[in-house]
Write a protein that binds this ligand. Structure first.
Ligand code: TXA
Ligand code: MG
Length: 450
């Protein structure tokens, strides 16, 4: 089924006589057109993905131009400007003549639904051609490449500066595509897929041979996710291959939750960004390993431990979730051992009541210090220039705002960040996990420390 017979670089039948796909991409309303030749011939010969790719048939790549209204910048002075003067380096396919002058699919759209068919088709062409395209998902932005093409996957590691022993998540457009990349899929996996896909859940399952070792870092398992963002699922469907995508940040930095963040970290390193607006969940997906005796939570996220337990009956929590793991430790999710989500400053979590924490922090606050708190607590930090990342009463605002706030505070003049962290289960468990990781699990109890 699926792309099992796919030779990663096999030339597939595309329905085009000359085997070449020609595309004219509009230069963001500037009337610049360039031809892309030979885009995307790495299609599998049959199966679900292939049918999808044939359906797209890239016919509408011939159009482009004046109707690209949603590519016009939305805000004056926006870093995302798609104008000739401010055009970012992003569609930096500069080595290839076709893309000279920086023409590409850097697409500005406030909502995923505003990403047009033509944009997705063009981005899919880039992906099939071994290029890197940043993709919006409901969790964080991903740095996407053809997950079956080891050269494309290698470029992901290079662009991120990511150690190659840290495997990638494969993104699929529909749950049933799981069968194409995994084998011995337990009933639990289908149960979880039924409830949470498309959505912020990643499952670790036994991998089929067609997935290159580079994608899985040599493991015999692979992490798979079907993201919720409709435009991204459509893009994967058009690409006709599973898309390997880690979070689209430079290794060690907080994940990116807007296209502007991606541009900041990846400009000059990748070919395009599909801009779907800010991410709704804001922290990376929940990862569950289903290859052991009991299901194991490797990373908390938007799908909560309570929701998983309700369906699975049991769930172990990996020790990497609970505390700092030493660098040489053997862990189930290799990524969990690296320092993550961290700004350059030292982060300290100050627990306890709002008042006790404010007393503790204000007593110590000085030059080079910053406060990261709940919106409700802002009045307690008069004169400390506090940053709120969301409302304590609505934990989803905290998850949506955390990484953007950590990025704002990633400045050379800030040396210490005192942070307030939500307690408890649900989505707060994921927010707490990310913040504790940023703090290297340094938590001070303000109620008991003067
Ligand atoms: O929400 C997300 O999951 C985002 C979006 C883009 O989908 N992606 C993401 O990818 O967070 P990344 O690469 O930043 O994190 C993937 C994590 C890493 O900690 C990695 O070690 C772990 O998943 N992982 C990947 N494959 C694995 C496997 N076979 N077994 C265990 N852990 C795995
Ligand atoms: Mg990451």
């Amino acid at each position: 089924s699926g792309f099992l017979q796919a030779a990663p670089h096999a030339r597939a039948h595309t329905g085009h006589e000359d085997g070449a796909i020609r595309a004219a991409l509009a230069g963001g309303g500037h009337g610049v057109h360039r031809q892309i030749k030979d885009v995307g011939l790495h299609l599998p010969p049959q199966g679900a993905f292939c049918a999808a790719a044939r359906h797209a048939d890239l016919g509408d790549l011939h159009t482009g131009g004046a109707d690209d209204l949603h590519r016009v910048p939305q805000r004056e002075g926006d870093a995302l400007h798609y104008g000739a003067a401010q055009r970012p380096q992003i569609p930096l396919i500069a080595e290839s003549e076709e893309y000279a002058a920086g023409v590409g699919v850097y697409i500005r759209g406030a909502f995923a639904t505003q990403i047009g068919q033509k944009d997705q088709t063009a981005a899919a062409g880039l992906l099939r051609n071994g290029k890197l395209v940043a993709i919006p998902t409901e969790t964080v932005y991903g740095l996407g490449a053809n997950g079956l093409d080891e050269n494309a996957v290698l470029r992901i590691f290079e662009a991120k500066g990511r150690p190659q022993d840290n495997p990638l998540i494969l993104h699929i457009s529909e749950p049933k595509e799981l069968e194409s990349i995994c084998h011995d899929i337990p009933a639990q996996a289908w149960l979880l897929a039924e409830h949470f896909w498309p959505g912020p859940l990643t499952m670790v399952l036994p991998v089929r041979d067609l997935v290159p070792k580079r994608t899985t870092a040599g493991l015999d398992t692979v992490a798979v996710r079907c993201p919720k963002t409709a435009a991204t699922r459509e893009l994967i469907r058009l690409a006709g291959v599973p898309i390997a995508a880690p979070s689209a940040n430079r290794s060690g930095k907080p994940s990116t939750t807007t296209a502007a963040h991606v541009l900041h970290d990846m400009d000059g390193r990748i070919e395009a960004i599909l801009d779907g607006g800010p991410c709704e969940v804001g922290v990376e997906s929940t990862i569950v390993d289903l290859t052991g005796e009991r299901p194991r939570l490797l990373r908390p996220g938007g799908v909560t431990p309570e929701e998983l337990r309700a369906l699975l009956g049991e769930l172990d929590i990996d020790r990497a979730v609970l505390g700092q793991i030493s660098n040489d430790a053997v862990v189930r999710a290799p990524g969990m051992k690296y320092k993550h989500y961290a700004p350059s400053a030292e982060v300290y979590i100050i627990s306890g009541s709002s008042e006790a924490a404010a007393r503790y922090i204000r007593r110590r606050f000085g030059p080079g210090d910053a406060v990261l708190c709940f919106a409700e607590e802002l009045p307690l930090y008069d004169g400390c220039n506090p940053t709120a990342y969301g409302s304590e009463n609505d934990v989803r605002t905290l998850s949506a705002g955390l990484f953007a706030a950590l990025r704002d505070l990633d400045r050379p003049d800030i040396r210490t960040i005192y942070a307030r962290c939500p307690e408890g289960g649900g989505v707060a468990y994921a927010v707490g996990n990310r913040l504790k990781k940023a703090a290297a699990f340094r938590v001070v109890d303000a109620e008991h420390e003067a």
